[in-house]
Design a binder for this molecule. Structure first.
Ligand code: HEM
Length: 211
């Protein structure tokens, strides 16, 4: 049971993905309404509580699932059928992921301030400029090249999320251990890095053959 609960994000992903297949186009059309709804729901979740929400939202697993859905399509080429479901709502998923961190952050704030797994705070802070510039009205005000350059920061933010979800870190005195039952996080991260490097290499090769 502990193994399942600590890796719930990977179980949540297919459910969110299927939801996107059905309502993705409405998320694009009614973007603001969905964001406000997510915010109200996140605050409601904090006050409602209960075992189910404890496992999914308070644990950080729901936000983790949403952030994974933002980063994982990066290993596929544009136009790939898996990617094409996520791409139109990628920015929205990052915003929702951040919004659903509210219950997780508030309940874990004391531990984080005490130096236990403060890596989450670091990850969340790194996400702030990424989330702000994921709002379309902010994005359109930026030069596309600056937006792309800024969003390279997402790799650093995801490295911090990996550290936060794969390791238990104490700051005072400094200690770091693999989180119990976290091997799926390490395997998925390793596969992601290999496939991402392969994609970058293939793109470079394509460019070379074109010139
Ligand atoms: C980037 C955003 C974040 C993500 C994706 C995330 C996700 C997670 C996940 C998946 C866990 C493991 C839960 C489990 O073992 O079942 C966790 C633990 C934890 N998180 Fe976060 N978190 C984030 C941000 C934060 C922030 C902002 C704080 C502090 C305010 C925080 C504090 C903690 C603490 C203290 C734990 C350890 C809880 C324990 O083992 O008792 N996290 N987080």
């Amino acid at each position: 049971m502990d193994f399942i609960l600590r890796n719930l994000a990977f179980i949540i992903i297919p459910f969110v993905y299927m939801t996107l297949v059905f309502i993705g186009k409405y998320i694009v059309k009614y973007e603001w309404q969905f964001i406000v709804f997510a915010f109200v729901l996140s605050i409601a979740v904090f006050f409602i509580g209960g075992q189910f929400l404890e496992w999914n939202v308070f644990s950080g697993q729901f936000s983790f699932a949403l952030f994974l859905l933002v980063i994982l399509p990066g290993i596929f080429k544009r136009g790939n059928s898996f990617r094409s479901v996520i791409d139109p709502v990628r920015g929205d998923l990052a915003i929702y992921g951040f919004i659903y961190l509210i219950p997780h952050s508030l309940t874990n704030l004391e531990k984080a301030l005490g130096g236990f797994n403060t890596t989450g705070t670091l990850a969340a802070l790194l996400m702030v400029p990424l989330v702000v510039t994921s709002f379309k009205f902010v994005r359109v005000k930026m030069k596309p090249s600056s937006w792309v350059a800024l969003h390279k920061l997402s790799y650093v933010a995801y490295a911090a999320i990996y550290l936060h979800t794969g390791f238990d870190v104490w700051l005072n005195p400094f200690q770091i251990y693999l989180k119990m039952n976290s091997w799926p996080v390490h395997v998925v991260t390793l596969i992601y890095i290999i496939l991402k490097l392969r994609l970058v290499y293939m793109k470079k090769l394509e460019l070379k053959t074109q010139t």
